[in-house]
Write a protein that binds this ligand. Structure first.
Ligand code: NAP
Length: 521
């Protein structure tokens, strides 16, 4: 594909209005061709107006039509998979083979959401028929369906340039819900973003859908993102990135004359608790496996486990030395952007200033934006006295927290902020302690994993990728998995409607054969 660097708004390409940028190859520190356009408030206005104009027709597409559109996006992504992975590798420093896998998963995700749409269960249809004879007063016929919330703004993430970016789960679930999308591409991978956006636009054209269903913008600095969140036609926002960015956009949206939901996924250290019998039985493999998972994506994955808590006792020395061994053997690897690399270096220094002792480092970096692996340690009392030690350092580092007994392990668990995930490694003889730890973790995380790690991510009906603040700004929802669609839906009840005026999915006789509850059954 010939990259143009233009913004994609409606059916037309839009040239730069606010300057332009080039992508940086973080592995070589060289600029990549071509130039990519920056837009501003005028382009936000154009895209949001088109998204609003497209909303009524798109949100009323039949389930069959919408599912077919999502499947065509998947086919179009498959057709550009090799090219997309190659460009994403140049722009991120991540391995091309890994990115081919990520592109394949992104296409699969669109197919999974097509299946969700066809089944129709997401509409949560409920019918409470009229009760004309009811005393003391009759009940009207009530029928409920979920409809799309409106045009939504999606901020592409930096760390997974496909699966959490333009053709990622946010876009797939929003389009599945019937929402129209204005996407702000992340400047870390503009070429990969354009390839994905063109695959989506092509599918729109193949299905003869309104040109405003999807737009891709790009801008410099905060102004374009702020204009997007402020725009009165935008009705919800999704974001994956830093706590500072996610909270700035969340606060901004609450100050609008019409506040809107902001689903920010921000920060998580994914704490891993090693219970005593598991430590004694499997200390070395657990330590090795933990560091292996920590290093995935150069530690730049949301589910990267980066804090391990263990009671000093049998198996602890083996656990610690396996962690040291794995970290020491790890080569330094290119990080996603100079900014993320700089934040990593500063974060490691901050951990040491807060009292963590460095115990192992990987092979030193020999290129500008390579991050070296690091293992630091601290005792439980220090962590309890200095909660900043439990904040995320985005990159390939881990903190080993040694606690003296079960009570201190539980106290450390209570001191943690909200998380996307937590893990417990346990044997049968650890169940009593696990039962005490479990309610503490339930209150603090969206997923709890036993004898494994949360990463790699599965996209299923039971996946939860969310959690209490600061993991996200709304712990009631997930941003990954089939339930991610719920962020873009709201209920509408239809009372006393003639059958011919009802939405087809709610008509008598269930002509579309979709699951519906009648009087709660
Ligand atoms: P980021 O700085 O939060 O930026 C994400 C996106 O939001 C970018 O498009 C950015 O635009 C925009 N943005 C950020 N703050 C904004 C504001 N106040 N107003 C308007 N737009 C705003 O995240 P990042 O660039 O991906 O990485 C920076 C740091 O975020 C990392 O070092 C890491 O700590 C964290 N991060 C965490 C995760 C995770 O899964 N836990 C994932 C990714 C990043 P600009 O690019 O123009 O600023």
């Amino acid at each position: 594909m010939n990259l143009t660097g233009n913004l994609l708004i409606g059916a037309t390409d839009v040239l730069a209005t606010e300057g332009s940028m080039q992508a940086l190859n973080p592995a070589t520190n060289e600029w990549l061709e071509p130039s990519f356009a920056f837009g501003g408030a005028a382009q936000v206005e154009q895209a949001a107006t088109l998204a609003d104009a497209a909303f009524d027709s798109y949100s009323h597409t039949s389930l069959t039509e919408r599912a077919a559109f999502l499947e065509t996006i998947a086919d179009n992504l498959d057709a550009v998979r090799a090219e997309l992975a190659a460009r994403a590798a140049l722009e991120t420093g991540l391995p091309q083979a890994q990115l081919e896998g990520e592109a394949g998963k992104a296409a699969t995700q669109f197919r999974q959401f097509a299946d969700v749409v066809r089944r129709g269960r997401f509409l949560q249809l409920a019918i409470d028929p009229a009760q004309p004879e009811r005393q003391p007063r009759p009940r009207m016929d009530h029928r409920l369906q979920k409809i799309a919330i409106g045009p939504v703004a999606i901020f592409g993430a930096s760390n997974f340039p496909i699966a959490y970016s333009v053709a990622g789960g946010d876009t797939a679930s929003a389009l599945a819900a019937g929402a129209t999308v204005v996407l702000k591409a992340h400047n870390a991978h503009p070429g990969a973003s354009e390839i994905q956006a063109r695959a989506i636009r092509k599918a729109l054209q193949q299905h003869g859908l309104h040109e405003g269903v999807f737009a891709m913008l790009r801008g410099s600095g905060n102004a374009i993102g702020e204009a997007l969140v402020d725009h009165p036609l935008i009705k919800a926002v999704t974001f994956t990135g830093s706590e500072a960015g996610g909270m700035a956009l969340y606060r901004r949206a609450q100050l609008r004359p019409e506040p809107i939901p902001v689903f920010s996924e921000m920060t998580s250290v994914n704490p891993t608790f090693i219970l005593p019998q598991a430590l004694a039985a499997r200390g070395a493999p657990i330590g090795d496996g933990f560091i292996e998972r920590m290093l995935v994506n150069v530690g730049q994955a949301c589910l990267c486990p980066s804090i391990l808590i263990a009671i000093k006792g049998p198996g602890f020395a083996e656990l610690r030395s396996a962690m040291i061994h794995r970290v020491t053997a790890a080569p330094a690897r290119t990080m996603l952007t100079p900014g993320i690399h700089g934040a990593y270096v500063k974060g490691l220094a901050a951990l040491q200033s807060a009292g963590a002792d460095p115990v192992a480092v990987g092979t030193p970096a020999d290129a500008a934006f390579e991050g070296h692996a690091a293992l630091l340690e601290v005792d439980g009392q220090r962590l309890l006295a200095e909660p900043a030690l439990a904040h995320e350092v985005f990159g390939p580092s881990a903190l080993l927290v040694t606690v003296s007994d079960e009570e201190e392990l539980l106290a450390v668990a209570r001191a943690l902020r909200g998380q996307l995930s937590a893990a417990m490694h346990l044997e049968d003889a650890d169940l009593a302690l696990a039962r005490r730890l479990l309610p503490i973790l339930e209150r603090r995380t969206g997923r709890i994993v036993v004898n494994a790690f949360a990463h790699p991510q599965e996209v299923t009906f039971a996946t939860v990728h969310g959690g209490p603040f600061p993991a996200t700004t709304d712990s009631r929802f997930t941003s990954v998995g089939m339930s991610a669609i719920e962020r873009f839906l709201r209920p509408v009840a239809y009372q006393g409607f003639p059958d011919a005026l009802l939405p087809p999915v709610l008509r008598d006789g269930n002509p579309l054969n979709v699951p519906r509850s009648i009087d709660g059954q």
